[in-house]
Design a protein around this ligand. Structure first.
Ligand SMILES: [Zn+2]
Length: 269
């Protein structure tokens, strides 16, 4: 089985100084592929550059995050189309809705989310989706597209009803280091049992969402793709604990819940 980090923000300044080392550590840890998240046209351009510089390991997405929806104009979709036609761009996104932080007005978010779903349908590229506190409208927009390519709801942190709604839509579910947070992630760790194995994807969302139970904690608490196997072990241990899944392996001491320390949040800027 290939281990793929489907969401890493490797264009983030936190990686400017040592990206080759970060990739080498990921490879040594067993991570074969990394998909670098594009969150705007400039960031998606950078993500493709990183991918082109490391073609053996790194792919990219091209999209505009809902936080940046207000910056979109008539040039946005044509620019994303050019980027997304590159073979190394494997998905349209990160796109979707974020009614929690509301950095962009809802009508802008909805308009540019729908436009990116339409682009994915046109190019037959998968979608890398963001949804926060916006389940109803998110589902409503996606349902407008009958012939939609495969899509993943990245960084899922919702409840059981939201999970079921997304599974009913045929979405894949992206799980992050939230499952390693014994306070905020406890409900998610339980919900992970309800995600069919062939619908579950893992992502670090680096440099955010460092697993809280990682020991030792990395310098400056930066998350990186090399931590993906740690999350995979956590998921396997959880399945075993609750359902005696054949993947069960007792978690080593380093993975047991540790004292509380604060952690980031999906796209926590
Ligand atoms: Zn996100």
């Amino acid at each position: 089985m290939q281990l793929v980090d489907i969401g890493a923000n490797l264009t983030h300044p936190a990686f400017h100084g040592d990206l080759p080392e970060v990739l080498a550590r990921a490879r040594a840890a067993g991570v074969q592929k990394i998909v670098v998240t594009g969150t705007s046209v400039p960031e998606s351009t950078q993500a493709l550059k990183v991918s082109n510089a490391h073609p053996d390991m790194v792919h990219a997405t091209a999209g505009v995050h809902p936080h940046h929806a207000r910056e979109c104009d008539d040039t946005t979709i044509p620019a994303l189309r050019v980027l997304a036609q590159q073979a190394r761009v494997v998905a349209i996104g990160e796109c979707g809705l974020d009614f929690n932080r509301n950095y962009s007005p809802h009508p802008d978010q909805e308009k540019w989310f729908a436009a990116q779903v339409a682009l994915a349908c046109e190019l037959r590229k998968p979608l890398f989706l963001h949804s926060r506190d916006s389940k109803e409208k998110f589902v409503e927009v996606l349902k407008q597209f009958k012939n939609r390519p495969p899509a993943v709801a990245h960084c899922f942190t919702g409840d059981k009803a939201e999970l079921q709604a997304y599974l009913d839509l045929g979405l894949y579910i992206g799980i992050t280091g939230w499952i390693c947070d014994e306070r905020r992630g406890a409900h998610l760790l339980e919900l992970v049992r309800d995600i069919p194995a062939d619908r579950l994807m893992l992502e670090t969302d680096s440099p955010y969402l460092t697993p809280r139970d990682l020991r030792p904690q990395p310098k400056a608490r930066r998350n990186e793709p090399a931590h993906l196997p740690h999350m995979q072990r956590k998921r396997r241990a959880t399945h075993g604990r609750f359902s005696a899944c054949h993947e069960y392996r007792p978690a080593p001491a380093a993975e047991r819940p540790a004292p509380a320390r604060s952690t980031g949040h999906c796209r926590g800027q």
